[in-house]
Design a protein around this ligand. Structure first.
Ligand code: PEP
Length: 255
């Protein structure tokens, strides 16, 4: 089954609204209207509206980096799905390792957000991945299984269609260390096998599994050539027009 490549930029806590507007405008000029690759940018909350304006009329889609799983109310500092949809957000990154680590987000809480996003017509990008300590203790597959099945608990087969998984080994995020294509493929194939067991082969084959962790133009082609790698969630290399567009190009060529 052919899955459409997805290249998503996670800007993290970078770019003011005007810087974001400039970056998104540059990306928008590069991405074709009938683009073979799906392209998503995920700015900070204050930049969402300006970035949304910058990509209007282009094929670039907007993502957010988080949400709170309640409709509205007394949740100081949080953002609702409705607010995100109001500025045309389509995707939302959930369970990123930085949120798991610095904000103590559990699989249960992430699962609430995944389900809430789906109920509110947003596509979750569910991030999972092991730390270096866990890899060295040979716990990678156990950790990935717990985070995947925990994050997807109660998600129906129909809804899985709207979910993207991102395998991000924590030791590779922002470190310059990338998993080798073989290491990444092994875990991606394992994730697909888990999806087949939890749902069925058809649902599993349709689900996109992104790789994240120091993906850059120099290593993207080898990673994207792997059978079960369907794109990338990009941090550092998403902050400049040229490097991000080179990654879009790598995905075009891999398709
Ligand atoms: C990320 O934060 O999702 C990520 C993959 O970052 P980087 O590309 O900088 O490793």
């Amino acid at each position: 089954m052919s899955r459409r490549f997805l290249i998503a930029g996670n800007w993290k806590m970078n770019k003011t609204p005007s810087e974001g507007h400039e970056l998104a405008s540059g990306i928008g000029q590069f991405v074709k209207k009938d683009e073979s690759v799906e392209v998503v940018v995920c700015p900070t909350y204050p930049a969402l509206d300006r970035v949304s304006q910058a990509i209007e009329g282009t094929a670039v889609k907007l993502g957010a980096q988080n949400l709170y799983p309640k409709a509205s109310g007394a949740y100081t500092g949080e953002i609702s799905a409705e607010m995100l949809r109001a500025v045309f957000v389509k995707y939302v990154i959930l369970g990123h390792s930085e949120r798991r680590e610095y904000f103590a987000e559990s699989d249960d809480f992430i699962n609430d957000k995944v389900k809430f996003s789906l109920e509110n017509l947003l596509h979750p990008i569910l991030c999972i991945g092991e730390t270096l300590e866990q890899r060295e203790a040979e716990q990678t597959l156990d950790v990935v299984k717990k985070q995947l099945l925990g994050g997807l608990e109660g998600v129906s087969k129909a809804d899985l269609n709207n979910v993207v998984i991102a395998y991000e080994p924590v030791w590779a995020i922002g470190t310059g260390k990338t998993a080798t294509p073989e290491m990444a493929q092994e875990v991606h194939a394992f994730i697909r096998k888990l999806l087949t067991e939890a749902y069925d082969d058809n649902a599993s084959q349709k689900t996109r599994i992104l790789y994240g962790g120091s993906m850059k133009p120099s290593n993207a082609a080898d990673l994207l050539a792997q059978e079960d790698i369907d794109g990338g969630l990009i941090g550092g290399a998403s902050l400049e027009v040229n490097s991000f567009c080179d990654l879009v190009d790598a995905a075009r060529n891999a398709g």
